[in-house]
Every structure is written in structure tokens, then in C-alpha cells.
Design a protein around this ligand. Structure first.
Ligand code: HEC
Ligand code: HEC
Length: 386
């Protein structure tokens, strides 16, 4: 071949490899426009930045940037930070059974303070309200592919709800609702309706960064900040930067499906046979979206985004309509990137996570435990492909 032809052939081959390359964790969704890819890249810079008191960090905070927590194996992944949420649950009393302790700095009680706040109040963290009835530990979830979860219509989620267990399979499932009545879906208790609100809320609750949507700093246990402890002018993050951050999170691709070995294929059958899809619904379909890459897509979410009673052992805080023992079915999308499981990382292996299922999940758990060892191993091998 002549050198020119050779270059051409090599170019073609590389293009073919490029086209076939599966998205890696941290990649944007396939099929974005150049402008959307630019937003994604700009937003990653916001997600990856380290804030300081001068750029708005604190005075109360859990970490100095999104990436300090969502970091493994890439931005948008998991991490080893464990934060502290606390609420008060008073069933049967007057008013709503759950008090998120918003007037006393809850439900997130930050673990760190800036030097200025430390100097003013001599505290190292936000004191947890004495009225809390439970304190919960929360680990950092993988958020790859969550733009697709945001684009699933409410009607799809509600179609899986069966609060009175009419089909008699032992699994009910009910939606959480935000304070204004909208359907919730984000967070371990599915309180927050939209990805945008979660992202903006995380800026405030995790980093003490104000934005146009959340313009006020958190109080310290309900008390206003002492003068001079919050030098950066509000909003500390501009609308433009907040929008970029939101675009980055929204456009992160879900982890690519892995090739199934014959063992994993057997595991997928066992997963279905013992009834895991009763909550971990393998695929959800998105609805309309202004972003073509999110519109009418299947997402291998392995969740119904509903609340389920998981029994007294896992119970901690209430949140919105969620009682202490109710949790949103955790998406298994991306579970292969985790090394600890359940809301507080109490399970160190996938087998342990399944063994700790109770309440509505007791039937599928017992059927799992009753499988021959080879089928249990196959099911776990399947989970490791997600
Ligand atoms: C201190 C660690 C920490 C930081 C910093 C942090 N997160 Fe998170 N993130 C968490 C934890 C813990 C949860 C789970 C909350 C829960 O269980 O309700 C979470 C949940 C989320 C979710 C919802 C996931 C779900 O399962 O529904 C999104 C979206 C998210 N974070 C985005 C962000 C963004 C954007 C930033 C930066 C503005 C950020 N996070 C900063 C720890 C962190
Ligand atoms: C009744 C609903 C329900 C059923 C049935 C169910 N799960 Fe779950 N699953 C959940 C909920 C809710 C969580 C989150 C619990 C928590 O964080 O404490 C969860 C969490 C998990 C986790 C941990 C995920 C993580 O990222 O930490 C794994 C793994 C898992 N389930 C696998 C299974 C398997 C396998 C089956 C079938 C044997 C099953 N589940 C059946 C509701 C269910």
C-alpha cells in the first residue's frame, strides 16, 4: 500500500474502533450535540472544583466539592464519605408524623465548619437537634445515568405502586411525595422530585454554597450565622455555573451493559425467579425531554423508584411520607462500581446486602437463601455486571 492509502486505512480502522467503543464510566451520554458536550465539559469543571471560604464554602459543610464524595472510579461515582441526617418521627400525633427538623438545621447536620465559624462559636460540626428521634448514616451513591431517571414520567413510576398489595405478592411499594405534593424520586428516601432540585440542594447542604434557587445559607441548629462568618456574597454560585453543573450530572451516561457470561446469564434468570424484579424493575422508559439523548430511552435502572418497608433492622429516619423502615428501591445500575452496600454501608458484600433485606423483601430474600450455592453465586455474578 502507498503511504497515503495506508494512512487512510488506519484512519478507517480507528474510526471503526471509536464507533464500537463502549462508553466508560464518566463518559457523557452517546448522541449529544457538540453544544451539549461542551456544557457537559464545563459542568464537570464545576463538579470537580474545590471550594474555599473565599469562593463560598461553608460556614457549615460536609465536603469542599461534589467530587470529594462522588469520586470513585470517576466524578459522579461513589466515595467513602458518610454523612449524618436526623429527623423526628411522631406517628399518631397531631400534624405530619415526620418532622425534618428544618427549623433546627435538619435534616442534614453538617460535620465540618470553616475556621471563621469555629472561631465564632467554638464548634467543629453542626450540633444535632436534641429533638431528633433517629440519626442516620448515609453513604455516597453512584449517580451515573441519573438524568435518565429524571426523565421517567411520573405515570411510569406510579404504575408500579401497589400500596395495598392487591396482587398479594407481599410487595406493596408506594410513592413518596415532596411537601408540595409532587412525586419524589431522588435520595435514599425518594423525597426530592427533580434532579435539578437535588443538585441545587446538594450545593447548599453538602458545601454551604448558595445559588439563585437556594439563595440563603443554612442556619446553625436553627440559629442565624454569627456576623462575619460568611464572607462570600450570595449567590455564591452563578446561575450559569449552576446550570453547567446540572448539565454535567444530567448527561452522565449510565455504566455500559457488560457482556454476560453463561454464569451471569443463569444469575439473571435466578434474579427474576426469586422475585427481585418486584422492586428492582430491570428497565424503565423515559418520556419526552428537550434533550434527544434522554427522550424515549430504556434505562437499565433496576429500581421502581418507590418506597418499600424493609423491616426494623434497616430502619433509621423518616423523611416526607417515608417512615423509618421505608427506603426507595436502590437502583442497581452501577452497583458493580461499589464496594460497600446499603444506605449506611453496613453490607460489605452483595450476599450480605441481600441477606439484610427484610419486610416486603423477605420472600425474595428467603428464596435467594434457599437456592443451591451455584445459583446464588451466579446471581451475584450477574449483579457484578450491572
Ligand atoms: C459529603 C459528601 C457529598 C457531597 C459533597 C455531595 N454529595 Fe451527592 N450525595 C451524597 C449522599 C450521602 C447522597 C445520598 C443522600 C440520601 O441518601 O438521601 C447523595 C446523593 C446525591 C444525588 C441523588 C442520588 C440518588 O440516589 O437519588 C445526586 C443527584 C447528588 N448526590 C449530586 C451531588 C452534586 C451535584 C453534588 C455537588 C453539588 C453533590 N452531590 C455533593 C454525598 C455527597
Ligand atoms: C421489597 C422490595 C425489594 C425487593 C423484593 C428486593 N430489594 Fe434489593 N433493595 C431494596 C431496597 C429498598 C434497597 C435499599 C435498602 C437500603 O439501602 O437500606 C435495596 C438494596 C439492594 C442492594 C444494595 C444496593 C446498594 O447499592 O447498596 C442490592 C445488591 C439488592 N438490593 C439486591 C437485591 C436482590 C438480589 C434481590 C432479590 C433477591 C432484591 N434486592 C430484592 C428493595 C428490594
Amino acid at each position: 500500500m502507498k503511504p497515503a492509502a495506508l494512512t487512510w486505512a488506519v484512519g478507517l480502522a480507528l474510526a471503526a474502533v471509536g464507533a464500537c467503543r463502549r462508553p466508560q464510566p464518566g463518559d457523557p451520554l452517546p448522541g449529544l450535540s457538540a453544544a451539549q458536550r461542551d456544557r457537559f465539559t464545563q459542568g464537570r469543571a464545576v463538579f470537580d472544583s474545590t471550594f474555599t471560604p473565599a469562593t463560598g464554602l461553608g460556614p457549615l459543610f460536609n465536603a469542599d466539592g461534589c467530587k470529594e464524595c462522588h469520586e470513585t472510579p470517576v466524578s459522579g461515582g461513589t466515595g467513602d464519605e458518610v454523612e449524618r441526617h436526623a429527623t423526628a418521627f411522631h406517628p399518631g400525633g397531631p400534624g405530619r408524623p415526620c418532622d425534618e427538623l428544618a427549623a433546627e438545621g435538619g435534616p442534614v447536620f453538617q460535620k465540618r465548619v470553616t475556621p471563621a465559624l469555629h472561631a465564632a462559636l467554638n464548634i467543629d460540626s453542626e450540633p444535632v437537634s436534641p429533638h431528633a428521634t433517629a440519626i442516620a448514616a448515609r453513604t455516597t451513591p453512584v449517580i451515573l445515568g441519573f438524568g435518565l431517571l429524571d426523565a421517567v414520567p411520573d405515570s411510569v413510576i406510579l404504575s408500579y405502586a401497589d400500596p395495598d398489595d392487591r396482587n398479594g405478592d407481599g410487595i406493596s411499594g408506594r410513592p413518596n411525595r415532596f411537601f408540595d405534593g409532587r412525586l419524589g424520586r431522588f435520595g435514599r428516601k425518594a423525597l426530592v422530585p427533580t434532579l435539578r432540585e437535588f443538585n441545587e440542594g446538594a450545593l447548599s447542604a453538602e458545601m454551604g454554597i448558595t445559588s439563585p434557587a437556594v439563595p440563603n445559607e443554612e442556619t446553625v441548629g436553627g440559629r442565624p450565622l454569627p456576623a462575619g462568618t460568611d464572607p462570600a456574597p450570595d449567590p455564591e454560585l452563578s446561575q450559569e455555573a449552576t446550570d453547567q453543573l446540572d448539565a454535567f450530572v444530567r448527561l452522565l451516561a449510565p455504566p455500559a451493559a457488560q457482556q454476560l457470561t453463561s454464569e451471569a446469564r443463569r444469575g439473571r434468570e435466578a434474579f427474576a425467579r426469586v422475585g427481585c424484579p418486584g422492586c428492582h424493575v430491570p428497565a424503565l422508559r423515559t418520556g419526552d425531554s428537550p434533550i434527544a439523548a434522554l427522550r424515549h430511552r430504556e434505562v437499565a435502572a433496576y429500581t421502581d423508584l418507590l418506597l418499600h418497608d424493609m423491616g426494623p433492622q434497616l430502619a433509621d429516619i423518616c423523611l416526607g411520607l417515608a417512615t423509618p423502615s421505608e427506603f426507595r428501591t436502590e437502583p442497581l445500575m452501577g452497583v458493580r462500581l461499589k464496594s460497600e452496600f446499603l444506605h449506611d454501608a453496613r453490607a460489605k458484600t452483595l450476599e450480605q446486602a441481600i441477606e439484610l433485606h427484610a419486610g416486603e423483601a423477605a420472600g425474595p430474600r428467603d428464596r435467594f437463601l434457599g437456592l443451591p450455592a451455584g445459583d446464588r453465586a451466579a446471581l451475584v455474578a450477574f449483579l457484578k455486571t450491572l
